[in-house]
Design a protein around this ligand. Structure first.
Ligand code: TXA
Ligand code: MG
Length: 319
């Protein structure tokens, strides 16, 4: 188990020695290391068991520090930064050489974000380098939204977890890239497409919103708990003979006939923000149940609901 606490000085000391520290953000916990140090970044890939072709997000405390690592801020990127930073938005921008190639998997762009969490902002301001941090989960598994989630899976591999409580957004940042300065959503996340469009006008959304281009017709499997997840639209409850052996993720209300202990309701009031905050804990809870599989109901496909459904579809995608 990793030492857990709120000691920014201790976190800083580990990071200055190229050790990794789990950090809280408003979206999910990150597995952080010195973004300028290839040694620290190699450890991130090892601890997560992450393939080296999957690049990392670099976290900085303010726009000045963004400008130290990028060559050019497209106009619409500047508008988004002003509207949503600090917050659950990541921008893909042309990188300066100070960012090692291993951080970006050799790409010319770096993913940058100013997270909205007081502890992590204080930590970032006190460091002479930015923090590369993917979500603090083993590759392919559900992202952590509490210090406990991090400790359960990565506690044995890292020296310190900075505990900032429950992540209040609960799903990862929205990722936006630019081609010839025109924006494109690479990953749906904590800022809805509607919010983005209210600032910069119509944007295109990558099909399946996977950060990597997916093969046509395939869904990248990710966010997968340790058991089979089936989307409710492909499953007929009425036909099922064994509802006692089913875990269930529901949006607003319990499903009669399935034991309550096997169900998770994302938001009794039908609030998509609350549903997003509860989503990853719900998937983890399903993992702990003594049931062979889980049925997940999609939520309304609007606002944050699009990002929630993206995660549920990918949790249900087969390897
Ligand atoms: O909310 C978040 O974004 C969290 C917190 C910790 O900040 N981080 C997070 O990181 O979700 P991660 O590594 O789990 O997801 C980052 C995604 C990956 O899918 C990666 O492929 C994509 O960002 N990405 C990073 N750099 C990229 C780049 N230059 N071009 C395209 N995609 C990139
Ligand atoms: Mg992740």
């Amino acid at each position: 188990m990793a030492e857990t606490g709120q000691d920014i000085r201790k976190a800083r000391q580990f990071l200055q020695q190229d050790d990794l520290v789990a950090i809280p953000t408003e979206t999910v916990y990150g597995l952080a290391g010195n973004a300028y140090s290839s040694d620290a970044v190699v450890k991130i890939f090892e601890v997560k068991n992450r393939p080296s072709f999957d690049p990392l997000i670099v976290h900085v405390p303010d726009l000045e520090r963004v400008k130290e690592i990028i060559t050019h801020l497209p106009e619409k990127a500047g508008m988004l930064a002003e509207a949503f930073w600090p917050g659950p938005l990541t921008l893909l921008l042309e990188k300066r050489p100070i960012i090692p190639d291993i951080v970006t998997s050799g790409l010319s762009t770096v993913a940058v974000r100013i997270p909205d969490h007081p502890l992590t902002l204080d930590l970032l301001r006190s460091l002479p380098f930015p923090l590369a941090a993917p979500s603090a989960n083993p590759f392919g598994y559900v992202s952590p939204t509490t210090a406990r989630h991090v400790d359960d899976q990565l506690g044995a591999s890292i020296p310190y977890i900075l505990d900032g409580g429950i992540c209040h957004v609960g799903i990862e940042s929205t990722i936006i890239g630019f081609k010839d300065d025109q924006p494109e959503v690479y990953r749906l996340g904590g800022i809805s497409v509607e919010e983005v469009e209210s600032v910069i006008g119509i944007v295109s959304v990558r099909r399946y919103s996977s950060a990597k281009p997916a093969a046509p017709g395939s869904l990248e499997s990710h966010y997968a708990p340790g058991k089979k997840v089936v989307l409710a639209e492909y499953f007929s409850m009425e036909d099922s003979s064994d509802l006692n052996k089913t875990g269930l993720i529901r949006f607003k209300e319990p499903y009669p006939g399935v034991p309550i202990k096997n169900q998770t309701i994302l938001s009794l009031s039908g609030d998509l923000k609350e549903a997003a905050k509860n989503l990853f804990s719900a998937l983890r809870k399903m993992d702990e149940l003594d049931v062979p599989y889980v049925i997940a109901e999609l939520v309304p496909e609007e606002g944050l609901g699009r990002a929630i459904n993206d995660r549920l579809r990918r949790a249900a995608a087969q390897e």
